[in-house]
Design a protein around this ligand. Structure first.
Ligand code: MD6
Ligand code: FE
Length: 217
């Protein structure tokens, strides 16, 4: 390991990396909470197991997903939407852990969006080789609210595109504990995740867990 100027500062004290106005990477913002977050993901997945959703076009998504909170994001042959019930279990999505809510609120505030109160947390599970193709997050009711995205486990290359699908996307490495927040003028940017490289992380094994918080209702 290398010793750097910032190693003895709290992770949240690292300088924010602005992707453009409205969108920022907060390096290591969730590092200190990672173990607790992952334990809570285990609890969520025990009640609402990870599954591979099918897109409206009939493709099986390579990323496995589940949700917690009052609303969950789902996809099937009839489209994308948010709903209160897990279609696989017929039960409501598990409650959003207080730790999740507080982290999302704190990260949003650090990015200039105070008072963020998410009602949906999509949990994405990636394995080496899995990817998320370029998309916009536009199934939420109100684009005035930002999105907060937490990366845990093995690293990924995030694609940060533009307002149009064909716009050139830049590549942004995301590591364990990093948090991305976007909203305002950047809220509808195209984005995605490149196929993950083979890797192992002490906290997750050969997996990446992403928590994406939204105000959907
Ligand atoms: C991921 N994230 O990082 C996928 N969407 O695994 C997303 O699709 C995403 O990170 C909206 C806002 C932040 C995100
Ligand atoms: Fe997204």
């Amino acid at each position: 390991m290398t010793l750097g100027l910032f190693d003895d500062l709290p992770a949240a004290a690292q300088a924010p990396e602005w992707l453009e106005p409205g969108a920022v990477v907060l390096r290591g913002f969730a590092s200190d909470l990672a173990a607790e977050l992952l334990a809570a993901v285990g609890g969520v997945a025990a009640a609402a197991p990870f599954r591979h959703l099918v897109t409206p076009g009939g493709k099986r998504m390579s990323v496995a997903m589940t949700n917690c909170g009052p609303l969950g994001w789902i996809s099937d042959r009839s489209g994308y939407r948010y709903g209160p019930v897990d279609p696989d279990t017929g039960a409501r999505w598990p409650a959003m852990p207080a730790l999740f809510r507080q982290l999302a609120r704190d990260a949003a505030e650090a990015a200039g969006y105070p008072g963020f109160a998410p009602d949906a947390c999509l949990v994405n599970r990636y394995e080496p080789g899995t990817q998320l193709s370029l998309h916009q997050d536009r199934d939420e009711g109100n684009y005035a609210h930002p999105i907060v995205s937490v990366s845990l486990g093995i690293p990924a290359v995030f694609l940060w595109g533009g307002a149009e699908r064909a716009d050139k996307a830049r590549r942004v490495g995301l590591w364990h504990g990093d948090v991305v927040v976007w909203g305002g003028p950047a809220r509808l940017r195209f984005h995605g995740v490149l196929p993950l490289a083979q890797a192992e992380h002490a906290a997750t094994g050969a997996r990446r867990i992403n928590l994406t918080f939204r105000k959907a209702g």
